[in-house]
Design a protein around this ligand. Structure first.
Ligand SMILES: [Fe+2]
Ligand SMILES: [Fe+2]
Length: 286
């Protein structure tokens, strides 16, 4: 059975989204102080990387080549809600995302003319994804006990709503996936424009004050506090940033401002002012 060009685009999209999931989990696994979380995150990283490999293998088996795609399912979420800024947001997003993946893969199995190799890979993946939901759910339940049910429920509700929209928008391209995913069809820069959140776009030409305010807004969102409690001299630790939250925060800032911190920065940045100044330096170096 021959695979269509459209299906190759879709499989390449799955492959890239699995890889993106793996990279986030791996990064968190390297930084967390929590021994139990480190195990789950490492396993999750390994499985998503394996899924990316299974899709690669499937694409090769059916005679295709993995295509370079302009976006992933995750970048669509980030476009809608900004990059996750706390561990709670990462967990909630993962939970919503994993549920979506399972539902979508089950639906894909029923699509007419699904290649048998593709169907076999879909079935295999559905089993693994169920395991991912279980550990994330346990963690979210623990978070509810520690920080209150309402904040978890509210975050889940918000992300579920976004997921409905993102999924519906992506599915409009089901029969013309290339239009969404081919970087050359979308034109230079268009793919990128989808990703940065409003903060990044707005600060591109802004002053230093503007930049600090943009960083402040992300930190405030991450800590669920109002902007005005975050002063230049505020210690990140005193503001309640634990080491894993700092990693999530750093990832969010990197994504928003299109920069990359040095590994040593995480140790050095003590106050909000340090963080905002470093963002300014890195943006200047670009
Ligand atoms: Fe996966
Ligand atoms: Fe997964």
């Amino acid at each position: 059975m021959e695979i269509s060009e459209n299906d190759l685009w879709i499989l390449s999209y799955y492959r890239e989204s699995e890889l993106a999931g793996s990279l986030v989990m791996g990064r968190l696994a390297r930084e967390t102080d929590d021994d139990d979380l480190r195990v789950h995150l490492t396993e999750h990283c390994a499985e998503e990387a394996h899924h990316a490999w299974l899709w690669t293998e499937t694409i090769l088996k059916v005679g295709g080549t993995p295509k370079r795609v302009a976006e992933t399912y995750q970048t669509r979420y980030y476009h809608e809600i900004g990059t996750p800024t706390s561990l709670l947001e990462i967990l909630a997003l993962t939970q919503v995302f994993e549920r979506r993946v399972i539902r979508h893969f089950r639906a894909h199995l029923k699509w007419p003319n699904t290649h048998p190799e593709v169907a076999a890979t879909l079935k295999r993946m559905i089993e693994d994804e169920v395991g991912h939901i279980t550990w994330v759910k346990d963690r979210l339940d623990r978070y509810s006990v520690e920080k209150g049910e309402s904040i978890v429920a509210e975050t889940m509700r918000r992300f579920t709503e976004v997921d409905e929209r993102v999924y519906e928008a992506a599915m409009r391209y089901r029969d013309n996936a290339r239009e969404l995913l081919d970087p050359s069809v979308r034109g230079n820069g268009q793919a990128r424009q989808l990703t940065p959140s409003r903060e990044g776009a707005a600060s591109a030409n802004g002053s230093q004050d503007k930049l600090h305010n943009d960083v402040r807004r992300i930190v405030a969102k991450s800590l669920s506090v109002s902007d005005d409690v975050i002063l230049e001299t505020s210690s990140l630790r005193d503001l309640g940033v634990n080491s894993l939250d700092l990693v999530v925060l750093v990832m969010s800032i990197e994504e928003t401002f299109r920069i990359e911190f040095d590994p040593s920065d995480l140790e050095r940045l003590k106050t909000f002012g340090d963080l905002a100044r470093r963002v300014g330096e890195l943006k200047g170096e670009r």
